[in-house]
Design a binder for this molecule. Structure first.
Ligand SMILES: *Cc1c(COP(=O)(O)O)cnc(C)c1O
Length: 365
């Protein structure tokens, strides 16, 4: 049996007619950049995330960068984020001219360790970016109280967490601004690059929209220099169709995760959720012994099962961050975790039979 890591083709086949007609409508109306279809999606996505405004942008990395710029973060500032994430999170911080300050992760949840944030706060700290990694909500209550105490802004990186809930609230309701990626493989994926910033704050939403469109207030009236990072009409239309399915797909991801949990209990280290959250399983990540990981992945591959590692090198140890001169003892949990984690196939289209097969092969190993 061949089990791909994600199966975007069968997702497309489920909704092909709707997608094809949505795309051709955009083309007929030549609404290529921004425009009606991007706007319609922004309105629906704002509702979905439970906040007032959604600003569609070019991709998730830009969403983070624009959110930081909108909050006035730049050279001389420090921004705190988790040591385990995709580089886009820290890259967006550096792109503003601010300094990235990494915090180690919780050994069970793999999200930022909330007990290690305060020791990293200095007079230069302006914001915290918790990452809802793998679709697991970061522990927002302690993060928000630390932010309040030290007067910091909170920007959620929800690139992997569309639809996640934290203690009954939508995750976007737990931060000043929240950033999403609609990279094709994400839980809500476009057919190209796209991203969004959501917020309840009217001024920030307006300024983020201007920043993403060359600082433009009206045609040829530029209040400041921004960037060119707008959502394409085609992406808005595709996302608008897919948004109608996201709840169903999310429930299927969760069902798949719980089935994996059941079958893999005691075999590998299965994921743990915080109490009272809705994790949305962008990735289903297990841990195996570091020394056996390569063989584990190879054995699965021989049996037709694709796996991944998210991420093999924790951010502080990437060559890109050599200048921060971190040592192995700075982020022991992130370092150890990065050597043990393996992501198993996960998508809504994965069925029970396939999951049972993956579990059987793992037990054989
Ligand atoms: C995908 C991702 C991003 C960046 O999104 P792009 O749309 O690829 O620019 C940022 N943060 C995390 C955690 C991601 O997974």
């Amino acid at each position: 049996m061949n089990i791909p890591f994600v199966d975007l083709k069968s997702q497309y086949n489920e909704i092909k007619q709707e997608i094809d007609s949505a795309i051709s409508e955009v083309i007929s109306n030549t609404a290529f950049i921004g425009g009606k279809y991007a706007r319609q999606f922004e309105e629906s996505f704002a509702k979905y995330t439970g906040v007032k405004h959604c600003v569609g942008v070019g991709n998730g990395t830009d969403a983070l960068f624009i959110a930081l710029k909108t909050l006035g973060i730049g050279p001389g500032d420090e921004v705190i984020t988790a040591a385990n994430s995709f580089i886009a999170t820290s890259e967006a911080i550096s792109a503003t001219g601010a300094r990235v300050v990494f915090v180690d992760i919780n050994p069970k949840l793999y999200t930022i360790d909330v007990t290690k944030i305060e020791e990293k706060i200095t007079p230069k700290t302006k914001a915290i970016i918790p990452v809802h990694l793998y679709g697991q909500p970061a522990d927002m209550d302690p993060i928000l109280s630390i932010a309040k105490k030290h007067n910091l802004k909170v920007i959620g990186d929800a690139a992997q967490a569309h639809g996640a809930l934290y203690k009954g609230k939508k995750i976007a309701q737990c931060a000043d601004m929240t950033c999403y990626s609609f990279y094709p493989g994400k839980n809500l994926g476009a057919y190209g690059d796209a991203g969004a910033i959501v917020t309840d704050n009217d001024t920030w939403a307006e300024n983020a929209r201007k920043f993403a469109n060359h600082g433009r207030a009206a045609k040829y009236n530029h209040e400041f220099e921004g960037v060119n990072s707008r959502m394409d009409g085609i992406q808005g239309a595709v996302l608008g169709v897919k948004l109608n399915y996201i709840e169903d797909w999310t429930e299927k991801r969760r069902r798949n995760a719980y089935l994996y949990n059941e079958l893999l209990q005691g075999v590998v280290t299965t994921p743990v959720e915080l109490d009272d959250v809705r994790a949305v399983y962008h990735l289903y990540v297990v841990k195996v012994e570091a020394a056996k990981r390569e063989a584990f992945q190879a054995f699965l591959k021989e049996n037709g099962i694709d796996t991944g590692i998210h991420y093999p090198i924790a951010l502080p140890y990437l060559q890109a961050y050599d200048y921060l001169n971190h040592t192995e003892s700075d982020f022991p949990v992130s370092l150890k975790t990065s050597q043990e984690i393996v992501s198993l196939p996960m998508c809504p289209q994965l069925n029970e039979e396939q999951i049972a097969y993956v579990a059987e092969i793992i037990k054989k190993f």
